[in-house]
Design a protein around this ligand. Structure first.
Ligand code: HEC
Length: 126
């Protein structure tokens, strides 16, 4: 009975390490894409924590719900009609969604999420 016990403690540790390395590898491959990102960053997003924003977007399943609404990869939900036309409006929309969905995001987290959407989808210019 007890002889089969010691292993489970170590296996998750190894799995976690492997997961971390995979994540690092993924970040590495994201490098070139990040280099192509526009140099200009809207004032309100300059101090944004982009990795935090990426994590929150994943954890809150933003895309999963958007896919149900627009199909495909869900990304076409972002600004289909140019309704959102400024960084401030984008941040406001994320805040609105967060409130509606009861995500309970802190203001810095709203900013981080909006900053990632700006970088990857909206790409407002000065
Ligand atoms: C429960 C479903 C659902 C979830 C979860 C969700 N959204 Fe949405 N989101 C929607 C729907 C539906 C719309 C379209 C609303 C409309 O067109 O009036 C939308 C629209 C948006 C828009 C505006 C798009 C535009 O340019 O007009 C943004 C920005 C947005 N969502 C961000 C997020 C973020 C960030 C998250 C995760 C933190 C999130 N949403 C999670 C359903 C969801």
């Amino acid at each position: 009975m007890t002889s089969s016990r010691p292993l489970p403690v170590r296996v998750p540790a190894v799995a976690t390490l492997a997961g971390g390395l995979l994540a690092l590898a993924a970040l590495g491959t994201a490098g070139p894409a990040a280099a192509q990102a526009p140099a200009w960053v809207p004032e309100i997003f300059r101090d944004a924590d982009l990795p935090l924003g990426e994590k929150l977007i994943r954890e809150n399943k933003c895309s999963e719900c958007h896919v149900r609404n627009v199909g495909g990869d869900g990304l076409s939900i972002y600004n289909p009609k140019g309704r959102i036309s400024t960084p401030g409006a984008l941040r406001g929309m994320v805040e609105y969604c967060s409130t509606q969905l009861n995500l309970g995001l802190f203001p810095e987290e709203v900013t981080a999420v909006a900053a990632v959407l700006q970088r990857d989808h909206y790409r407002f210019r000065p």
